[in-house]
Design a binder for this molecule. Sequence first.
Ligand code: FFO
Ligand code: ATP
Length: 289
Amino acid sequence: MRVFRKVLEGFRRKNQIETFMPNNFDFSYTSPSSIFSPLPSSFVGDNLSFFLSTRMATTIQGNVATTVDQKKRALRMKIRKDLKSMPLSHRRQEDELIQSIILNSSWLGPCKSLCAYISSEDLREVDTSRILSQVISNLDGKHAKKKLYVPRVEDRNSNMRMLHISTMEDLIENSMNILEPSPVDAHGNPREDVMQTSDPVDVFLLPGLAFDCSGRRIGRGGGYYDVFLRKYQELVSQRKWKKPLLVSLAYSVQIMDEGVIPITQDDFPVDAIVCPSGVIQVDPAIERK
Ligand SMILES: Nc1nc2c(c(=O)[nH]1)N(C=O)[C@@H](CNc1ccc(C(=O)N[C@@H](CCC(=O)O)C(=O)O)cc1)CN2
Ligand SMILES: Nc1ncnc2c1ncn2[C@@H]1O[C@H](COP(=O)(O)OP(=O)(O)OP(=O)(O)O)[C@@H](O)[C@H]1O
């Protein structure tokens, strides 16, 4: 239990992975190694900023010209494949470890407002169901009562809202087979939109496909989170609120080496990644772009 308390403590220590390895964890499954090589060394530093400055930026690897979008697509394909080849029992073990770390973290307890994704089994996303049912029911009663907001896709132009729910029954399946809230509640009243509330969000639990220790994240290519987080960041600045903690959940195969994840200025970095072996805390001083 002591190791749980250490997780994300203070949230100031730099770029560390805190280890969490209970005795009964089976490490016999080894993840496929990354087929992606780092960027050429000439792309580091100032050149890297230039390289990342436009979405259609092109790099030459061997004789093949590759845009950032193409590299992202290739990386997404690889990760989807790796997730598919992960045995279900192993995924379940990792789900449990990740959710336990979060439920016992020092930052979830005091959090009063949480935005979180509803995990999709079809997409093989890290399970959030145990966290969310505990948050909704406030089962242990010892933590602050929380408001929970979950995503609702509005259109195909990367527009997504975060709407308040008070029970998992508020959710219905959308055309992408993801559970999301209807715009109105059971009484016909519009659900509260997180962009319209008077209180700040403390923590975001974000989905994604690939992450690295510098907080780089790529999602499923819709741009929904990047656009939403940009708008939410503006609201936080206008209202002079404290910035929310951006936490992603990742299976071990979703953690990439430095230099593997191609990003642009639109890609929103995360503050921490919870993976089965612990919490990767991102150094806020890291220059990512
Ligand atoms: N649980 C969850 N909810 C979420 C997201 C998410 O990533 N996870 N989103 C985050 O943006 C938004 C929805 N965006 C989505 C974008 C793509 C796919 C999807 O099914 N992608 C397939 C590939 C489809 C294709 O290429 O045609 C996949 O990734 O396998 C689902 C949701 C809002 N809600
Ligand atoms: N802040 C933004 N404003 C306008 N368009 C954006 C913004 N952020 C991302 N986009 C657009 O969204 C599309 C998808 O972006 P990207 O491939 O980075 O998505 P992703 O990070 O995989 O998805 P998500 O953010 O939903 O997890 C791109 O065409 C990009 O131009």
